[in-house]
Ligand binder design. Structure first.
Ligand SMILES: O=C(O)CCC(=O)C(=O)O
Ligand SMILES: [Fe+2]
Length: 270
């Protein structure tokens, strides 16, 4: 059992470094809305929460049209998977005013800062259209954590209705805490730096940690606020298309480093 103990120690050390750099700005979510206040309690407990009807259907339709326009206009430059199912415009806020408005949403920003207890900066907004194609892996390519050491905040808005066949976001509730990362190492034989998981490992983690997964089927305009340190998957799409925007944030102190990474994928059109 010596090896897992050392691994846990490494996790603890990195985590305390993050905490040292945190801050304690008071953000009063009740001034934003009761929905955000409730969402805050949920994200702390589960690692994920949803606010329905954040955008109305006319607004969703406008952004869908915008995504279609950008995919067509920049088809030689955008990222697609090998099945040609996933079409991704990273940094889409630079090409569209209506997408920029989502990237600059102050309520979401304040919520993320309160949750992570640190100042955040947007690194980029992803606009994505997922079309059904045989053999597609879904958004994100399988079960994973975005980070093992750091809690991470993302906001995803569905711009089309997402039923169970339309590639819904799925999350293992409660898998975002330091405690649960530790338990996965101790009780489910997961490596300390492991951030991708096969189905067998997901079963193992869910059973030994007694955690349930939740699939976020929801109407267009639903806003998912999520700590992507928790284990999640964008399920493979079996029918139709899924449109969504995702805001990526970084703590201010890691921003330069994160941007170096993001700049590799941000859309460049010449
Ligand atoms: O779009 C999704 O459903 C999930 C994608 C994902 O893994 C992420 O944004 O971190
Ligand atoms: Fe992810």
């Amino acid at each position: 059992m010596l090896k897992p103990q050392i691994d846990i120690l490494k996790t603890e050390l990195a985590y305390s470094y993050f905490r040292l750099r945190s801050y304690n700005k008071k953000v009063d979510l009740s001034k934003i809305s009761a929905q955000f206040e409730k969402a805050y309690e949920e994200i702390k407990r589960d690692g994920v929460t949803v606010i329905e009807n954040y955008y109305d259907s006319a607004h969703c339709e406008s952004i869908r049209n915008e995504i279609n326009r950008l995919i067509e206009l920049y088809k030689e430059f955008i990222w697609t998977d090998k099945e040609n199912s996933d079409h991704r415009i990273f940094g889409a806020e630079k090409f569209s005013e209506i997408i920029k408005a989502f990237s600059q949403d102050l309520s979401i920003h304040a919520f993320g800062e309160k949750y992570l207890k640190t100042k955040l900066k947007l690194t980029m907004t992803l606009a994505a259209r997922l079309d059904y194609q045989e053999g597609n892996l879904g958004s994100g390519g399988g079960w994973h954590r975005d980070s093992v050491i750091f809690n991470e905040f993302k906001s995803i808005i569905y711009l089309s209705d997402v039923e169970k066949d339309n590639g819904p976001f799925t999350y293992i509730l409660g898998s975002h805490t330091q405690e649960s990362v530790k338990k996965a190492i101790q009780q489910a034989d997961i490596k300390y730096d492991q951030y991708r998981f096969n189905e067998e490992e997901i079963k193992q983690i869910s059973n030994s940690l007694q955690l349930k997964s939740k699939t976020f089927t929801a109407k267009q305009g639903s806003l998912i606020l999520v700590d992507t340190r928790g284990i999640h998957i964008g399920s493979p799409i079996q029918k139709g298309s899924r449109y969504a925007l995702t805001n990526y944030f970084s703590p201010e102190f890691r921003y330069e480093k994160m941007m170096k990474h993001c700049n590799k994928v941000i859309l460049k059109t010449n």
